[in-house]
Design a protein around this ligand. Structure first.
Ligand code: FES
Length: 99
């Protein structure tokens, strides 16, 4: 089932918004004109990544400072797994997720 999140026309560089989808929080952001969907939960200890900082393609969790490389989501700390990326889905003029 397609769950629409945002109109494509609103996806500008720097866009960043969280949504509740199927009981979990999802972060939609645009980096290098590419939309990325990330579970808004740090794989370290679950802090919301939407409160982190994004600089030069590095998303830094605000709780303990672990950094993740975007768009791939790899953790820069070997002991921490990477981000849980979701596959964007498209329908009409909307981006969303299939659940
Ligand atoms: S919860 Fe994100 S770095 Fe610890």
């Amino acid at each position: 089932m397609f769950v629409p999140l945002e109109r494509l026309i609103n996806l500008e560089e720097g866009y960043r918004q969280t949504f509740q989808v199927g009981g979990r929080s999802v972060l939609l952001l645009v980096l290098d004109n590419q939309p990325l969907l990330i579970e808004d939960r740090c794989p370290h200890q679950g802090a919301p990544l939407s409160r982190g900082t994004l600089t030069n393609g590095i998303l830094r969790c605000q709780r303990h400072g672990i950094e993740f490389q975007l768009p791939g989501g790899q953790s820069l700390q070997p002991s921490c797994p990477g981000l849980n990326l979701l596959k964007p889905a498209y329908e009409g003029d909307r981006i969303g997720v299939d659940i």
